[in-house]
Ligand binder design. Structure first.
Ligand code: PLP
Length: 348
């Protein structure tokens, strides 16, 4: 039996996502050493320490450790909105498009998706126009949901301050899907707690660029977290000796935040390396995600798919006409250069 995680030749340069990282030896040691209890009884000291740490770091009263970002966002939406309420969200946002419709299916919450700019913004005029009057014909508009980073871009801080302020003035709550919040913080050189100002709740992932095997945290006020805690239990997210994985998240907060700058440098190096190829368009990345747009001519040269041709050369990525390549903890500089060579060979 092969222990290889993919059917592709090794060694593979896996740029599909920053979720593919394996816990480092030091992280595994921290997990091994973790003091644990039963978190359903709220007596796992490592989980409690993580929740205190992340709430403090982001400037919230309380936090809750979650198995995944999807469950964290779902519990947030359900803690903000009740049956027949609605949330305003980007048409391409994770909390609308990529979470299986959970808010509607499990929460009886109506999404109101809105158009987003290339930078992830939803214009205030569109938000305002979507807020429903208090009338039995309409769902009750309760919440505005934003995402940072958005497609690897840092959401503009002045925009965030403006729309969250206006949303509050209209009586809406605000939630940030900050799965890659720390990438935004490192890329903008601002502390994460500044980037979440204006939000009533935020969800962050430990399993993306931070390199933990699983886990997210939801932060908010004490009463909000108490409501989210009930939903987490119902969603099956009450874990027992969760300190084993919380230890990985704590380790990541101590050791894997500042190093995200390396992933960002690698992404920039990857994008630069592809300059000058006809029919290939690459925007300089702000964080760790590189998008490569391919012309119909380039695509026509690959009757199978470009990603299959790259996989045959040991480089894994997602997408077709628009390829997505994500740098992370398990990608070294020389692998970035190998990936550039493979991409130039396939696309050139
Ligand atoms: C990955 C991701 C999530 C969900 O995280 P999972 O742990 O995969 O459920 C939510 N939002 C964004 C923007 C993400 O990238």
């Amino acid at each position: 039996m092969s222990l290889s995680p993919t059917p592709y030749p090794q060694p593979v340069i896996d740029l599909r996502s920053d979720t593919v990282t394996r816990p480092t030896l030091a992280m595994r040691q921290a997990m091994f050493d973790a003091e644990v209890g039963d978190d359903v009884f709220a007596d796992d000291p490592t989980v409690l320490a993580l929740q205190k740490r992340i709430a403090g770091d982001l400037g919230f009263e309380a936090a809750l450790f979650m198995p995944s970002g999807t469950q964290s966002n779902l519990c947030a939406l359900m803690a903000h909105c009740g049956r027949g309420d609605e949330y305003l969200v980007g048409q391409m946002a994770h909390t609308y498009r990529w979470e299986g419709g959970g808010a509607a299916v499990l929460g009886s919450i109506q999404p109101q998706p809105l158009a987003q700019g290339d930078d992830g913004r939803i214009e205030w005029a569109d938000i305002q126009a979507a807020i429903k009057p208090d009338d039995a014909h309409f769902a009750r508009t309760r919440l505005l949901c934003l995402e940072n980073t958005w497609g690897g871009q840092v959401l503009d801080a002045a925009y965030v301050a403006d729309v969250t302020g206006r949303a509050h003035a209209r009586g809406l709550a605000t939630h940030l899907d900050g799965a890659r919040l720390f990438n935004a913080a490192v890329a903008s050189g601002r502390p994460a707690h500044e980037l979440v100002r204006g939000f009533d709740s935020v969800s962050v992932c430990f399993s993306k660029g931070l390199g933990a095997p699983m886990g997210s945290a939801l932060c908010g006020s004490r009463s909000f977290i108490e409501r989210a805690h009930r939903w987490r239990k119902m969603a099956g997210g009450g874990l027992r000796q969760a300190g084993v994985v919380a230890a990985a998240a704590l380790y990541a907060l101590d050791h894997h935040v500042q190093r995200l700058a390396t992933d960002h440098d690698h992404a920039a190096r990857l994008a630069q390396g592809l300059g000058g190829l006809p029919g290939v368009s690459v925007q300089p990345p702000q964080t760790n995600i590189v998008f490569i747009d391919l012309s119909p001519e380039v695509l026509a040269r690959h009757p199978q798919s470009v990603s299959a041709a790259l996989a045959a050369r040991g480089v894994l990525c997602l997408g077709s006409a628009r390829l997505r390549l994500v740098t992370h903890l398990d990608i070294q500089a020389h692998q970035v250069d190998q990936a550039v060579q493979a991409l130039r060979a396939v696309l050139g």
